[in-house]
Design a protein around this ligand. Structure first.
Ligand SMILES: O=C(O)CCC(=O)C(=O)O
Ligand SMILES: [Fe+2]
Length: 321
């Protein structure tokens, strides 16, 4: 273990940070939760008495498994009973339950009154998307020792802020410029992973242990791995930054387009059949319908063509820039 070089994160005071523009690595910001009612209110009893009967999805870890889990549905009250009595020794055997990524805004939107999104994280390009394709991106995590979240980058090149309400959390990071590919079994706490994947980059592993009152900012595309040394409660949100908006849109579109391509294939098979000489042309008989379809296809292609042309023009002249 001693052979993994570890670098600390910068710790900033909220009063000294007005923008993320100059911040390109994960940092801890203190003082962002001043005045949040959640700090007092968010006890197990508060959640149990208001939302105890809600069904929530939890991760269940087999004894001895720190990273592998299955999903199960539980009553929130049962989950909280378990959480309050969870063994504090990360080595203790026994199944573990992690309420990770609870989309509380969908289930209990009034909890939004108990805190405010810090101003520096409030510029979220996802808010510019049409409502039909917006998605939940704010979550609560009730953690217990011995359950971890393996190495990942957050989806669609979004950034994240994570605020610890109770307990502590340990996070390690590797920057995107490391250009490494992690394997499913890798851990940033593992000497083998360091030797086989990270060492050749010449970069250290970054680390932080977050305390209550700390907010962690994770910029887009930073690999991270999260361990729970204690019972903890964390509020977290993802957001799309302007500087990563093209990456976000490209990845999000790819995700949306998967079901759409199934529709398109079905349509193309159908239209080929209908258009065959001698076939009953069905809807294709209607010239107004055909014209409207052609307009629609050209509109969609024109949109992509503009993007293509801009990228190509950039390619041609970028040598001169
Ligand atoms: O706290 C955790 O277990 C994981 C947090 C995280 O990285 C995430 O939600 O993407
Ligand atoms: Fe994450």
């Amino acid at each position: 273990m001693a052979d993994i070089p570890v670098a600390d994160l910068r710790v900033l005071d909220a009063s000294s940070v007005s923008t993320l523009e100059d911040i390109h690595e994960p940092v801890v910001i203190r003082g962002l939760q001043t005045g949040w009612p959640a700090l007092e209110l968010w006890t197990p009893e508060y959640f149990r008495s208001r939302y105890g009967d809600h069904s929530i999805q939890v991760r269940e870890y087999e004894p001895g498994e720190e990273y592998a889990y299955k999903y199960a549905n539980r009553r929130l009250a049962d989950m909280l009973d378990h959480w309050e009595n969870a063994p504090l020794d990360p080595e203790s055997t026994g199944p573990r339950t992690y309420l990770a990524g609870w989309n509380f805004v969908r289930d209990c939107p009034e909890l939004l009154d108990d805190f405010t999104t810090p101003e520096i994280f409030s510029e979220d390009c996802i808010n510019r998307l049409p409502e039909q394709v917006r998605f939940g991106r704010m979550w609560l995590f009730f953690g217990e020792p011995g359950c971890s979240t393996g190495i990942h980058c957050d989806t669609f090149s979004t950034s994240a802020w994570l605020t610890i309400i109770k307990g502590t959390k340990s996070v390690r990071f590797v920057p995107p410029e490391a250009g490494v590919s992690f394997r499913r079994t890798d851990s940033m706490w593992s000497q083998v992973t360091y030797d086989e994947v990270i060492r050749e980059t010449g970069l250290p592993v970054y680390e932080v242990t977050l305390q209550p009152g700390d907010t962690l900012y994770i910029p887009a595309d930073w690999f991270h791995e999260v361990r729970n040394p204690e019972r903890n409660l964390m509020l977290t949100a993802n957001f799309a930054e302007e500087r990563k908006l093209l990456s976000f849109l490209a990845q999000f579109e790819t995700r949306l387009i998967e079901p759409i391509s199934v529709l398109r294939e079905t349509r193309n098979e159908l239209v080929e059949r209908l258009a065959k000489p001698g076939a009953a042309a069905g809807e294709l008989h209607d010239p107004a319908f055909r014209a409207q379809q052609l307009d629609w296809v050209r509109g969609a292609m024109g949109n992509l063509r503009t993007y293509e042309e801009t990228l190509m023009a950039w390619d041609e002249t970028s040598g001169a820039r």
